[in-house]
Write a protein that binds this ligand. Structure first.
Ligand code: B1M
Length: 212
C-alpha cells in the first residue's frame, strides 16, 4: 500500500497517532503537500463522509476520524500557507441564536475543512447580525447556519433579511441545515441551499464557491 493510501486508511480508522506519523514521514520523504492533503487526508475524509451519509458509520466514528484529520492538517498548515495554496472558499458557520446544539454544526465544519474550505466557526447562539457582520468583514462566499429546534429555525430568516439589509445578499450564498430544517422551509425564507447532512453540505459549499 502506498503511503497516501495508508494515510487515508488510518484516517478512516480514526488513528490520529498513525496519521500524524505518516503525514510527517510523507513530508520528510519529499511528498507534495497537496498530494498528502488531497490523496491522503481528504480522500480518507471523503470515504468517511460517504459512509456517514449512507448510515454505515455514526457520529462517534466521524468525530474520531475528524480528530485524526485535524492531527494531519495541523502538521500541513504551515507548509500549505508557505506553498501559496489557497482555500477553495471561505465559510462563516454557526448555530443560530437561542440554540445550543453544536454536534451537527461541528460535523459540518469538519467535513467542510476536509474539503479544503476555510471555515470561520462562530459557535453557538449566534445572532443574525453576527453572521452577516463577519461574512462581510471576511469576504466569505458562504454563510452556513445550523438549527436543531423548531423554535430557533426562524432565526435563519433573520439572517437572510440581515444580509439583504447589509447589501451583501448577492455576494453570499446562504446555506441552512439541521434536523427540523427542510428544503420547503429553505425556499420559504429565501435561503439558497438546504442539505440534510454534513457531507452533502460540504460538497454543496465547494460547488457554490466554485460557481462564484
Ligand atoms: Co436537545 N433537543 N435540547 N440537546 N437534543 C433535540 C434537538 C430534540 C429533537 C430532542 C427531542 O425532544 N426529541 C428537541 C427539539 C425538539 C424540537 O424543537 N422539535 C430538543 C430540545 C427540546 C432541547 C431543549 C429545549 C431541552 C430542554 O432544555 N428542555 C434544550 C435546548 C437548549 C438550546 O439549544 N437552547 C436542549 C439541549 C440539548 C443538550 C444541551 C442537552 C444537547 C446538545 C449538546 C450539544 O449539541 N453540544 C442536546 C442533544 C444532544 C439533543 C439530541 C439528543 C441530539 C442532537 C444531535 O447532536 N444529533 C436531539 C434529539 C435527536 O436528534 N435525537 C435533541 C446528532 C447530530 C449529528 O445531528 O445536529 O441533526 P444534527 O446534525 C445533522 C444534520 O441535521 C445536519 O448534519 C448533521 C449530520 O450530518 N446538519 C446540517 C446540521 N446542521 C447543518 C447545517 C447545514 C447542513 C446540514 O448547512 C449549514
Amino acid at each position: 500500500m502506498n503511503m497516501l493510501n495508508e494515510i487515508s486508511q488510518k484516517l478512516q480508522q480514526g488513528n490520529a497517532k498513525a496519521v500524524k506519523e505518516l503525514v510527517q514521514q510523507a513530508v520528510d520523504e519529499g511528498c507534495e503537500v497537496t498530494a498528502i492533503l488531497e490523496e491522503g487526508l481528504m480522500a480518507g475524509m471523503d470515504i468517511v463522509g460517504e459512509k456517514f451519509k449512507n448510515n454505515e458509520i455514526y457520529v462517534p466514528e466521524v468525530l474520531i476520524a475528524a480528530r485524526a484529520m485535524n492531527a494531519g492538517t495541523e502538521l500541513l498548515k504551515p507548509l500549505l500557507s508557505s506553498s501559496g495554496i489557497k482555500a477553495k472558499g471561505k465559510v462563516v458557520l454557526g448555530t443560530v441564536k437561542g440554540d445550543m446544539h453544536d454536534i451537527g454544526k461541528n460535523l459540518v465544519r469538519m467535513m467542510m475543512e476536509g474539503k479544503g474550505l476555510e471555515v470561520i466557526d462562530l459557535g453557538i447562539d449566534v445572532p443574525s447580525e453576527k453572521f452577516v457582520e463577519v461574512a462581510e468583514k471576511e469576504n466569505a462566499q458562504i454563510i452556513a447556519c445550523s438549527a436543531l429546534l423548531t423554535t430557533t429555525m426562524n432565526e435563519m430568516k433573520k439572517i437572510v433579511d440581515a444580509a439583504s439589509e447589509a447589501g451583501i445578499r448577492e455576494n453570499v450564498t446562504i446555506m441552512v441545515g439541521g434536523a427540523p430544517v427542510t428544503d420547503n422551509f429553505r425556499e420559504s425564507i429565501g435561503a439558497d441551499i438546504y442539505k440534510p447532512d454534513a457531507a452533502s453540505a460540504a460538497d454543496a459549499a465547494v460547488q457554490a464557491c466554485q460557481a462564484r
